[in-house]
Design a protein around this ligand. Structure first.
Ligand SMILES: NC(=O)c1ccc[n+]([C@@H]2O[C@H](COP(=O)([O-])OP(=O)(O)OC[C@H]3O[C@@H](n4cnc5c(N)ncnc54)[C@H](O)[C@@H]3O)[C@@H](O)[C@H]2O)c1
Length: 336
């Protein structure tokens, strides 16, 4: 299977294409409404076909077996999917639409056109997350009691001018990664509570910091706290995932958020009752670009007749529903 890309912006350049190069995947074509951006990436990554529009790209690709790889603002997904051929394999960037209504429309289009589609929730495949899942499945942490995401960083929102036009922002464009990973690690929460508000530095963004609580009853919870306007440089920035269990605890530093998009230091450290000490767990690679190998590899396996990725659109719709509920709770709490 070859890959055909729609969108030639920051994430395509910094993560998608470097990861595909690493995997030896062949990228056959690319398009972007900014043709010059597509041309630039065409040259940088040796992509033979650069088209000015999605429909011309589809026309040129013809009936070749390809995976369409979409990395545009979420608001463009509906119109792009409309132009892709029936039965296509599609991997689309998160979020799957900017609202639940758009997400449901996207799923309906894909179903109507017989597409096999998944969402690029690549944090599930980040090297440190894969190691964390191994520790959990080997029982090193015992029963999980608490999952905590804490992000207090400076995020350069100005990189994405489309965010100012998004009806919803922080939870649907950023914390969605953590909500999705909570589902991956713990299964479906019984409920979700949240409050997502603005920051004076970014008044045009609908929201730019959030607190989310995922309800799993009396013995387990997951919390997500994000703040993206930390002014004090790196000394007291935080970007971590901590998983507490009855037998141990694991802490991941997600360096990417500390210095976006170049990335800062990552680590995975684990303490268990068995060892009585903190130990570093080795892993290779980082969120960018290494995590991006996972979703595309899963698409390739699906296309070869294997099982659908865990982030197949009907599954990912559950993440979008949680995000939607989180916004409704936030509105009710804040009486918006
Ligand atoms: N970790 C992650 O998963 C992660 C990180 C960054 C961005 N993203 C997602 O990737 C998407 C793109 O982000 P980015 O950082 O590359 O943004 P960007 O603004 O740098 O690039 C987006 C590109 O899409 C192009 N585009 C817009 N509408 C189009 C259309 N209809 N057809 C073709 N091209 C179109 C734009 O011209 C632009 O070049 C967003 O949805 C964002 O949420 C995900």
């Amino acid at each position: 299977m070859k890959i055909v890309c729609v969108g030639a912006g920051g994430i395509m350049r910094n993560a998608h294409l470097p990861a595909y190069r690493m995997c030896g995947f062949e990228v056959a074509g690319i398009t972007d409404t900014r043709f010059e951006a597509a041309e630039l990436l065409g040259v940088e990554f040796g992509i033979p076909l650069v088209s000015p529009t999605v429909s011309e790209l589809v026309g040129e690709v013809g009936s070749q077996e390809v995976v369409y790889d979409l990395a545009t603002p979420a608001s463009a997904l509906v119109s792009i999917l409309d132009e892709l051929p029936d039965g296509a394999f599609v991997l689309m960037q998160k979020p799957m639409g900017e609202t639940l209504e758009q997400a449901e429309e996207i799923v309906a289009i894909c179903d109507r056109k017989g597409m096999r589609a998944a969402v690029n929730f690549q944090l599930r495949w980040a090297p440190y997350v894969l190691e964390l899942k191994r520790l959990i499945s080997e029982g090193k942490l015992g029963s999980i009691t608490d999952v905590e995401f804490k992000v207090n960083v400076f995020t350069p929102w100005g990189l994405w001018d489309f965010l100012e036009r998004a009806p919803r922002m922080e939870m649907v464009y950023h914390s969605i990664h953590y909500i999705d990973l909570v589902r991956d690690l713990l299964g479906e929460p019984e409920d979700i509570w949240a409050r997502s508000i603005k920051h004076p530095d970014a008044p045009k963004l609908e929201s730019s910091r959030s607190f989310v609580y995922c309800e799993y009853g009396e013995l387990l919870r997951a919390t997500i706290s994000t703040f993206h306007a930390h002014p004090g440089e790196t000394k007291h920035q935080e970007s971590y995932l901590k998983v507490e269990g009855t037998e141990g605890v694991a802490k991941i530093q997600m360096g990417l958020n500390l210095n976006y998009p170049d990335g800062g230091d990552d680590y995975l450290e684990v303490w268990t009752k068995e060892t009585g000490a903190w130990n570093m767990v080795p892993f290779e690679g980082s969120w960018f670009p290494h995590a991006y190998r996972g979703p595309m590899t899963a698409m390739m396996e699906w296309a070869r007749g294997g099982v659908a990725p865990s982030t197949e659109i009907h599954q990912s719709l559950k993440t979008m529903r949680l995000v939607d509920t989180a916004y409704r709770r936030s509105d009710e709490f804040g009486r918006k």
